[in-house]
Design a protein around this ligand. Structure first.
Ligand code: IPM
Ligand code: MG
Length: 356
């Protein structure tokens, strides 16, 4: 198959980790007889420097023409003083909404070989961590009206959180479909004791659940969910929640696996075109030093093959190459253990490529 992949290298460690993911994609292409064409789409701080905006129209067009998008990471302290409408993150939000990517999937799975990195008590970790956060990505307070005004000698700021039924229904269906292929349990997270948007969320999710009698539905308040994720993560299978709650809980969920550098994510809408990225940030402190862990981005590339290109064998080959590399004792700095071999970003990419 021929596929065109839009590539957003981004800022900080972005170019390094994306470079290694492309190397792994190319190794899979050779092995399985595919051809991947890469088209650069500048976005983030580097695009602000070069073009004055975080997401140039040309980059957006390249993404919309592609079969899928691979992204490293955007942002950094250099652009913190940008007006809020022109921050690197705005590019990412505009890209998500222009591509209609309403579902963001972030797995929280502990790798067997990395269980010593888990920050939870050993008896809690031993029960296993294997759940998925399904986050609504283009609604809620992220996309409501934002405003700051001046009154009575002080500033006042407002951010509107809004949800319509169809926005809840479509992401809820994704969560239930996913649960069907897993342990058949959906935990819907909201703040229905306080927010109208959450009451609407809860009602619509409950309606959708009626279409899935084989899947169990539980509702949980977001404050309790934040606590339960560290108290007993083994209770979760699929967690579905609105945009801001999902942003917060997915960072928490990734951190308890001990290896935020290893976790990929996918963002999808109605078609097969998706946006695939690691969930970590641009790590400007280690940028350009060959220290970043490329595994999150490499696993994101595997997700792209699985979910957007329907290439499960190819995705398996990448995931198993990552497993074997870890089993062989190779580590990057963020997941380093005693007795293992420390590798740089490039060397980690090469070890994984070798095992495809
Ligand atoms: C994420 C990030 C983004 C978000 C930022 C960079 C806008 O934190 O992908 O989780 O809040 O969605
Ligand atoms: Mg986040």
């Amino acid at each position: 198959m021929n596929k065109t992949i839009a590539v957003i290298r981004g800022d900080g460690i972005g170019p390094e980790i994306v470079g290694e993911a492309i190397g792994v994609l190319d190794a899979a292409a050779v092995k399985f007889g595919h051809s991947f064409t890469y088209q650069e789409a500048p976005m983030g701080g580097n695009a602000i420097d070069a073009y004055g905006v975080p997401l140039p129209d040309e980059s957006l067009a390249t993404c919309l023409r592609s079969d899928s998008v691979l992204l490293g990471a955007v942002g950094g302290p250099k652009w913190d003083s940008q007006p809020s409408a022109n921050r690197p993150e705005r590019g990412l939000l505009k890209l998500r909404s222009s591509m209609g990517l309403y579902t963001n999937v972030r797995p929280a799975r502990m790798f067997d070989d990395l269980s010593s990195a888990c920050p939870l008590r050993a008896d809690i970790a031993a029960r296993g961590i294997d759940f998925v956060v399904v986050r609504e990505l283009i609604g809620g307070v992220y996309f409501g009206e934002h405003s700051t005004s001046e009154a009575g000698g002080e500033q006042k700021a407002t951010d509107i959180m809004a949800y319509s039924e169809h926005e809840v229904r479509r992401v809820a269906r994704v969560a239930f479909d996913m649960a069907r292929k897993r342990r058949k349990r959906v935990t819907s997270v909201d703040k229905a004791n306080v927010l109208d948007t959450s009451r609407l969320w809860r009602r619509v999710v409950t309606e959708v659940a009626a279409e899935y009698p084989d899947v169990e539905l539980l509702h949980m308040y977001v404050d309790n969910a934040a606590m339960q994720i560290v108290r007993d993560p083994s209770q979760f299978d699929v967690v579905v929640t609105e945009n801001l709650f999902g942003d917060i809980l997915s960072d928490e969920a990734s951190q308890i696996t001990g290896s935020i550098g290893m976790i990929p994510s996918s963002s999808m809408g109605e078609g097969t075109r998706g946006l695939y990225e690691p969930i970590h940030g641009s790590a400007p402190d280690i940028a350009g030093q060959n220290k970043a862990n490329p595994i999150g981005t490499i696993l994101a590339a595997a997700m792209m093959l699985r979910y957007s290109f329907d290439m499960p064998a190819e995705a398996d080959a990448i995931e198993s190459a990552v497993d074997q590399t870890l089993k062989a004792g190779y580590r990057c700095g963020d997941i380093m253990n005693e007795g293992c071999t420390l590798l740089g970003c490039k060397e980690m990419g090469a070890e994984i490529r070798k095992r495809i």
